[in-house]
Design a protein around this ligand. Sequence first.
Ligand code: SF4
Length: 181
Amino acid sequence: MSIDIKPENRPEGIEGAGFFATSLDKVVGLARANSLWPLPFATSCCGIEFMATMASHYDLARFGSERLSFSPRQADLLMVMGTISKKMGPILRQVYEQMAEPKWVLSMGACASSGGIFDTYSVLQGIDRIIPVDVYIPGCPPRPEQVLDGILKIQELTKSESIRRRDSPEYKAQLALYGIE
Ligand code: SF4
């Protein structure tokens, strides 16, 4: 009996009997997208919603991201969740700088993305004032479904990114805007 296997999300390529060929960029993108190791930088209530996303009902492990990293050196995805005070800003930036390339940043919730309801002298009005952000998740707090959606958006970015983008003048210019070499 022959089994007809048709993987849904395979990259574009050339196929025939017993072989499938595609470009290196696409294979690397596929591997990266399905093995993102998040670093949860959780400072307040959005962090609790992230814990719900990790738990059995929503099960972030389905997307290959169950391995949380509490060391920036072994993390791919910085997830910032919660109110970031101005005092905390330099620490967040240091964590970002210690992460190896390629790295992505997800800003979860109103506080991380814009300061939220805390329009005060002590709260950073959005983490994109100190580090570049790839995807924003709106809400206060966002539901776990939104967090999953944010992770899927990061996966799309990861899959479509050239393995050479990080060496490109455009990427370096973007980091230079933040004073990061
Ligand atoms: S966005 Fe809302 S739920 Fe999230 S940290 Fe801020 S106040 Fe808390």
